[in-house]
Write a protein that binds this ligand. Structure first.
Ligand SMILES: Cc1ncc(COP(=O)(O)O)c(C=O)c1O
Length: 409
């Protein structure tokens, strides 16, 4: 039985979160994810109510696409539900290998390795590469250069890297000039590996990393470039393979991580893709891969189908792009401050945190679900509504969202 001291401490912290506006409320959906969802929430008046969904990463509308659902459902007749094993014991089916192969072809990499999530993939990569002496008994230091706005999983990955073996250098968001300065400063230091890590797409802004410049710097300084493309894969580039393809650099990035939990079906599953020796060492040594269950067959089969659908139905990508452009322009016409960009993440800048909180609640009450972001999630004074557009949105739904927004602005 734990002590009252523990209870009091936790309650104090929970109260602090509430006071600081950091307490997260989980809104309950009743039914499938989609352009419109049934929501059961006191804000919408209690009971179940249909609302427009502009707050999911369902960029291609695959989360409840009939072909994805069918693939997942059919898979269970042959493969059952779960595998009750990690990959290297009895948790590898031929379909896991097929998905890894298909994924690496799609991304243009030599190989790929599946993880339970993108979060686990990032933890696994950095811990393995930097903690592994690779047979040497010599002391060593690696250095990681990381954009300050990189995802929480990258920040947490650093915590698994041994301090005595890794120097972390955080550069201001997108500041490639300062990054270059850091790389120059470190030239004379005898680092074993240098790794530059960035999100491909920064999810608070929907803005893209300067991949061409980062690649140039990585090459110049013999560093490895790692791009976490969670919000880019299935969204950007001519074939949807992600941010590198958007910049004409498909197949030219050392290491990619990504997720099946957003555009590519929206369930779960992550990966690392890159050169075959990197993938192989992760298979041998990465603890978040080795000691965690393998992906369920339904997810694997549906993810294979998602990659096939991207090829078979290029109109999905086209629609996501057209919808994003249409919505951005319509919101701009309302006189609102919209961040420029090409990604389906469309932030509408309101500035004030209180205004944003009130507005997001009012929008939900009016039938439009969009997430409000304020300090400390985004810088102070830069509060915003973050709209996320999907190929599944119809023009009528986009217009309705704009109308609701116009009525409340
Ligand atoms: C950049 C980035 N990396 C990793 C993740 C984690 O992905 P997953 O949900 O597959 O763990 C996310 C999801 O929010 C993300 O945005």
């Amino acid at each position: 039985m734990y002590s009252n001291k523990f209870t009091e401490s936790v309650e104090k912290e929970l109260e602090f979160l509430k006071q600081a506006g950091k307490f997260k409320v989980e809104r309950e959906l009743e039914g499938a994810q989609g352009a419109e969802v049934e929501m059961n929430d006191s804000v919408v008046g209690g009971g179940s109510k249909k609302v427009l969904m502009f707050a999911s990463n369902n960029y291609l509308g695959l989360a409840n696409h009939p072909e994805i659902v069918r693939a997942a459902r059919d898979s269970m007749d042959k493969y059952g539900f779960g595998l009750s094993s990690v990959r290297f014991i009895s948790g590898t089916e031929t379909i896991h290998k097929q998905l890894e192969k298909k994924l690496s072809e799609f991304l243009g990499t030599e190989d790929a390795i599946l993880y339970s999530t993108n979060f686990m993939a990032n933890l696994g990569f950095f811990a393995t590469i930097t903690n592994e002496p690779f047979g040497s008994t010599e002391p060593y230091m690696d250095v990681i250069y990381s954009d300050e706005l990189n995802h929480a999983s990258i920040i947490d990955a650093f915590k698994l890297c041994k301090k005595e073996n890794v120097t972390k250098r955080i550069y201001p968001h997108g500041d490639v000039v300062l990054l270059e300065k850091m790389l120059e400063e470190d030239k004379s230091k005898n680092y074993r590996f240098k790794i530059i890590v960035t999100d491909g797409v920064f999810s608070m802004e929907g803005c893209l990393a300067d991949i061409p410049r980062l690649k140039f710097l990585a090459e110049k300084h013999e560093a490895m470039l790692f791009v976490d493309d969670a919000h880019g894969v299935g969204v950007l580039g001519e074939t949807g393979s992600g941010t590198p393809e958007h910049f004409g650099l498909k197949a030219q990035i050392d290491v990619l991580s990504g997720t099946f939990g957003k555009a590519l079906g929206g369930a779960v599953g992550g990966y690392i893709a890159g050169r075959k020796e990197i993938v192989e060492i992760l298979r041998q040594k990465s603890r978040t891969y080795l000691f965690s269950n393998s992906l369920p067959p339904s997810v694997v089969i549906a993810s294979i189908r998602a990659l096939d659908l991207l090829k078979e139905k290029p109109e999905l990508l086209k629609q996501a792009r057209e919808n994003s452009k249409y919505f951005r322009n319509k919101v701009k016409e309302l006189g609102l401050d919209v961040l420029q960009g090409e990604h389906p993440i469309v932030p509408v800048m309101l500035g004030d945190a209180k205004k944003t909180q009130d507005m997001s609640r009012a929008l939900l009450r009016a039938g439009l679900y969009v997430v409000g972001l304020w300090f400390p999630v985004v810088p102070e004074g830069k509060a915003r509504l973050r709209f996320q557009i999907s190929a599944a949105h119809t023009k009528e739904q986009l217009d309705r969202a704009v109308e609701i927004l116009a009525g409340l602005k």
